[in-house]
Structure formats: structure tokens, C-alpha cells
Design a protein around this ligand. Structure first.
Ligand SMILES: Nc1ncnc2c1ncn2[C@@H]1O[C@H](COP(=O)(O)OP(=O)(O)OP(=O)(O)O)[C@@H](O)[C@H]1O
Length: 236
């Protein structure tokens, strides 16, 4: 059984149906990337999985449990954390305070928890007393990921980890996601616009278009598919 199983998910906003019966799996310790055109429903799918919007039809199971109708905060307690694309840090709090907020569902935060973050992202230790808003986009993204990791999730759901990064920092961000997966055994489900670069580090990927599954396969299979390349990856 997969760690995450979304089946026939139908969802949207108001009376607009955006997802028309989408399927998606993520296995333990996998990096899974959803790609597709603007407006395809990628972010909406993450929100429906995590419980930020309702699933109108279909089911979402996580770690064997039906979470279809669970609210996002209770999904976090089960071990799934979500990092949105925007507004993912508390701007006026310091780096350290942000990490404390990230760990809110833990009974106790130890210095060892912080040390893990400092070891992974030394820049965050250097800036631990600075306000989050004073850091670069990439540093804030590292902080957002680190805050989510404070509760040792089994699955990290990330909406566009490379958003707003300078092009030469994008591959570095993906390498860091691989390090996180390898170092913490956390599976990662992400949506990405930098599709080719994301698929290179992904175990598996999905192409979503107009709220429907179009293609799925290993990262390498999608990159090698002429059709996917032509239609969704901007040609060879
Ligand atoms: N809060 C909302 N209320 C109403 N419609 C929304 C809302 N959020 C998104 N939509 C609409 O849902 C559709 C899918 O949006 P979504 O953000 O899921 O697409 P996406 O594939 O993530 O796109 P992008 O790659 O551009 O971020 C779009 O038509 C969008 O306008």
C-alpha cells in the first residue's frame, strides 16, 4: 500500500470543478512531482489532499487511514506537512521562532531538533535571530521547509519549492530536497514549474492537464517521453 493514495478526486471552488477525478500515489521515501500547464489544477490537488479544500468526490488515504474529510490541522498530526507557495514563513518572527512555530504540535522542542536544522542549512543558524522577512527568497524557502520538518513528517507536500529562486539556485534547491529525503526518510510530493529539473530528482511524476491525469511514470520515463517533452516540457 502506498503512503498516500488519492483516488478519483473531484474538487474545485464554488461551482467551478477544477479536478475531474484525479489519481495519485506517493510511496514512502519517494520524491513525486506533479507538472502541467498553468491552471491545470496542480496546487488545487495538493490543497484537496491536505484538506485545505473539500474533496467533492473520491478518497484520500494516508498511512492506511481515510483522511478524505479531515481538516488540514488534523492531517498534520498524522504526519503530513504542507508548505504553501506563498506566505510560508512568519515574516516578523525570527528564524528560530519560526522553527518553534513549526514544531507547535510537539510536546517538547530540543536543542537537538534545532541542531539538525543548523547542520542541514548553516545559513539559518547564522541568521537565527534575524526576522524571516529580512532573508532572501531561497533562505525563506529553506526556513519554510525546515519548519515543516520540525515535526518529523512522513510526507512533505510542497507547492513549488523553486518559486522565486534565481535560475542558478534552482538545481541547488532540488539537491537539498534529495538530501532531506535521504537524511530524514521523508517522502516529498511537490508541484513544480521547473519541470525538467524537478523530474531529474524525482522517483516518479504525474502530468496533470485540465484537472485530469495525462501521463505518469518514473522521472526518467517522463523525461524520455517524446509526447511529454513535446506537449509539456517545451520540446527537446
Ligand atoms: N481560491 C480560488 N478560488 C477560485 N478559483 C481558484 C482558486 N484557486 C485557484 N483557482 C482556479 O483553479 C484553477 C486551477 O488553479 P491551480 O492553482 O490549482 O492551478 P495550477 O496547475 O497550480 O497552476 P499554476 O501552475 O499556474 O500555479 C485555475 O483556473 C484557478 O484560477
Amino acid at each position: 500500500m502506498a503512503l498516500l493514495e488519492a483516488r478519483d478526486v473531484v474538487s474545485g471552488y464554488g461551482d467551478a470543478t477544477i479536478l475531474h477525478g484525479v489519481d495519485l500515489d506517493a510511496n514512502e521515501e519517494e520524491i513525486v512531482t506533479i507538472i502541467g500547464p498553468n491552471g491545470a489544477g496542480k496546487s488545487t490537488l495538493l490543497k484537496a489532499i491536505y484538506g485545505l479544500i473539500d474533496c467533492w468526490e473520491g478518497t484520500v488515504r494516508f498511512d492506511g487511514e481515510d483522511i478524505t474529510d479531515r481538516r488540514a490541522d488534523t492531517v498534520s498530526e498524522l504526519g503530513m506537512c504542507y508548505v504553501p507557495q506563498r506566505g510560508n514563513v512568519f515574516p516578523t518572527l525570527s528564524v528560530r521562532e519560526n522553527l518553534e512555530m513549526g514544531a507547535y504540535i510537539k510536546d517538547e522542542v530540543t536543542e537537538a531538533d534545532f541542531q539538525e536544522v543548523w547542520d542541514r542549512f548553516p545559513i539559518l543558524e547564522e541568521r537565527k535571530h534575524q526576522r524571516a522577512e529580512s532573508m532572501s527568497g531561497g533562505q525563506q524557502q529553506m526556513l519554510a521547509l525546515s519548519s515543516a520538518l520540525m515535526v518529523d513528517p512522513d510526507l512533505l507536500v510542497v507547492d513549488e519549492p523553486s518559486a522565486g529562486l534565481a535560475p542558478d539556485l534552482v538545481d541547488d534547491m532540488f539537491d537539498r530536497l534529495v538530501d532531506i529525503r535521504d537524511g530524514t526518510e521523508t517522502a516529498i510530493l511537490m508541484v513544480e514549474q521547473n519541470a525538467k529539473q524537478a523530474l531529474r530528482v524525482s522517483d516518479r511524476g504525474y502530468v496533470l492537464d485540465m484537472g485530469e491525469n495525462r501521463f505518469e511514470g518514473t522521472g526518467a520515463e517522463l523525461l524520455e517521453s517524446d509526447e511529454v517533452m513535446e506537449l509539456y516540457l517545451g520540446g527537446a
